[in-house]
Design a protein. Sequence first.
Length: 233
Amino acid sequence: MKLLRFQGVKKAYRSGSVAIWALRGIDLALDPGEFVAVWGPSGSGKSTLCNLAGLIDEASEGSLVFRDTPIASLSDDQRSELRSRHIGFIFQSFNLVPVFSALENVLLPLQLRGPLTKAGRTRALDLLAALGLDQQARRRPDELSGGQQQRVAIARALISEPSLVIADEPTANLDTANAQAIIDIMHDTNRRLGTTFLFSTHDARLLDRVERQIHLRDGLVETDEGAVGAGRC
């Protein structure tokens, strides 16, 4: 079973009566456990592709299938539920809630789904400890370094044990030492848990470490390096 499949996917945004096509016909698939980067020049469609993969946006044409479920067949509530349970997000600017502690930020996805449990809290503390943040669990984001904030964001993305983590330029705001540490953490998570990672990035430090590079240009896949024959399509 493919984790995610794009079939003839196009996406247009409207500017008045004019349609601006961000994606012009994408055919690709992700297998469970992949470590993949989407890259290309500004305006190539990277962010749009990731927004569609994260079920944040909807295709204008074509079909998107997640774990054998056609996304177009789902209601808004069903799409939100699927996203909540199976997809985690890591953002370039971290997007942590400034008045929450590190622990509270990690627990936020669980809180949005219902009352917190002891097991959920224990898992959050374990994740923070695994990421070297057990001593920072009570600190707010403004008391943490950039690298520490990104580790909190990774823990938050993983708290729901997602099948897919989508990361938008996760190393762009980090120095080399922190960037390499974050990449190591994500790669280790990918290997240990089989979590699929899909990155949108310009960062050569990250591109050098992924197993598959999808190069977009003008809303189309120009190259797909690391893909295994037709099995990826």
